[in-house]
Ligand binder design. Structure first.
Ligand SMILES: Cc1cc2nc3c(=O)[nH]c(=O)nc-3n(C[C@H](O)[C@H](O)[C@H](O)COP(=O)(O)OP(=O)(O)OC[C@H]3O[C@@H](n4cnc5c(N)ncnc54)[C@H](O)[C@@H]3O)c2cc1C
Length: 338
């Protein structure tokens, strides 16, 4: 890039956070560029992309989940209109449970979460699912195909010349009149860092306390297993079509690398075998890192000391339902009118 350009906003990182923020800026006609080299740590590409409004262990709706779901649907609906492709897939969840758990679910299903629990079966029958479980059928739930979404949005932003295929170089970030100079060629009034787990390299936000949490999943082929529901117990089984399923995920605070481990695969397969009784074949095994905050809420807002620098991170394991909501709020806060 040899010409200098002046922007209102530069976004660093084209994961889920940066992409949805870019979408909101584009809708508001705010002049921006999004920087991402297209390689490196990428939490969103490792994610199953599932959403649900229910905190199943507490038998409660998650805080703000109803409103966040509405915003997520609205946002992905608008994206379908612009890109002509659908990324959000609704699919009910069957949460398997033991006999002892059923009474509490039956009470909850008639009370405060009746709008989320469609039915409770004392004996759940579905092709390939192990016998002896009851199940609660939970809706709304489903998943966003994040790899498809992020690749399509990347292409779309590239054709609109909104994408710069570079990392934001922290060392070369300079304060200039009315803002910042990024990578020696782009001036911007504001910079919003959306680097997911790579925030650990960012010297400006080293106080932000975003933690890393490793997750692993396997992909299986199980032609005899029902594709009607996302099946959940301690782990999830997400139907991908054509007899393929993603099974995950583990949570670990150990080594923060992207290497799949034998221990995680054993854990996943042991849990899987308690949920299904049909043969399967493991076809893939991967790992990713979740960026999460201590209080499990996203971090979206200004730098504590430096005007013009912002962060949008800490989406944790609920990025899909939270990101559209927080992208909108952050965008309202940073728009050029302020
Ligand atoms: C195994 C696993 C399963 C998950 N399952 C789910 C799920 O089912 N549902 C759900 O809601 N969430 C899930 N998550 C969590 C979800 O993936 C994250 O909350 C979300 O993807 C984080 O998005 P992000 O944009 O903050 O980070 P990322 O997706 O990591 O994006 C950061 C981007 O910033 C770029 N970048 C880094 N440094 C720079 C720089 N200096 N300059 C420019 N660009 C830079 C990177 O290349 C990357 O593209 C899962 C996560 C894992 C690991």
């Amino acid at each position: 890039m040899n010409h200098k350009q002046r922007m209102e906003i530069v976004i660093a990182g084209q994961g889920l956070a940066g992409t949805l923020l870019a979408w909101e800026l584009w809708k508001r006609d705010i002049r921006f560029r999004i920087f991402d080299p297209g390689y490196g740590n990428h939490s969103s590409l490792a994610a199953a992309g599932m959403f649900s409004l229910l905190a199943a262990r507490r038998l409660k709706e998650m805080e703000l989940a109803g409103q966040q779901y509405k915003v997520m649907k609205e946002t992905f609906g608008q994206i379908v209109d612009e890109l002509g492709r659908k990324f959000l897939h609704e699919l009910p969840t069957a949460r398997l449970m033991t006999n002892e758990e059923i009474p509490a679910w039956e009470i909850a299903a008639k009370g405060g979460i009746s709008h989320l629990v469609k039915s409770v079966y004392p004996e759940f029958k579905a092709m390939g699912v192990a016998n002896g479980y009851g199940a609660a059928i939970i809706e709304p739930s489903g998943y966003i195909d994040l790899p498809e979404f992020l690749h399509s949005m990347r292409e779309w932003m590239a054709t609109k010349q909104l994408l710069i295929e570079e990392s934001v170089d922290y060392n070369s970030l300079k304060t200039s009149a009315n803002g910042f100079m990024i990578n020696g060629h782009t001036k911007s009034r504001k910079v919003i860092f959306c680097e997911g787990p790579s925030i650990s390299n960012n010297p400006w936000f080293n106080y932000s306390n975003i933690r890393q949490n490793k997750g692993e999943w396997i992909e299986i082929e199980a032609p005899g297993l029902s594709q009607e529901h996302i099946i959940k117990k301690e782990i999830f089984i997400l139907p991908l079509g054509n007899g393929r399923f993603r099974v995950g995920a583990t949570f670990s605070h150990g080594e923060m690398d992207h290497n799949p481990t034998e221990a995680a695969r054993t854990e996943l397969e042991e849990k899987l075998r308690t949920m299904i009784h049909v043969p399967y074949r493991v076809t893939d095994h991967r790992a990713g890192i979740r960026p999460s905050s201590r209080n499990r809420l996203p971090v979206a807002g200004p730098h504590r000391d430096i005007p013009g620098l912002y962060i949008f991170n800490g989406l944790g394991s609920r990025g899909v339902i939270q990101a559209p909501w927080y992208a909108k709020i952050l965008c309202n806060e940073i728009g050029p009118q302020k």
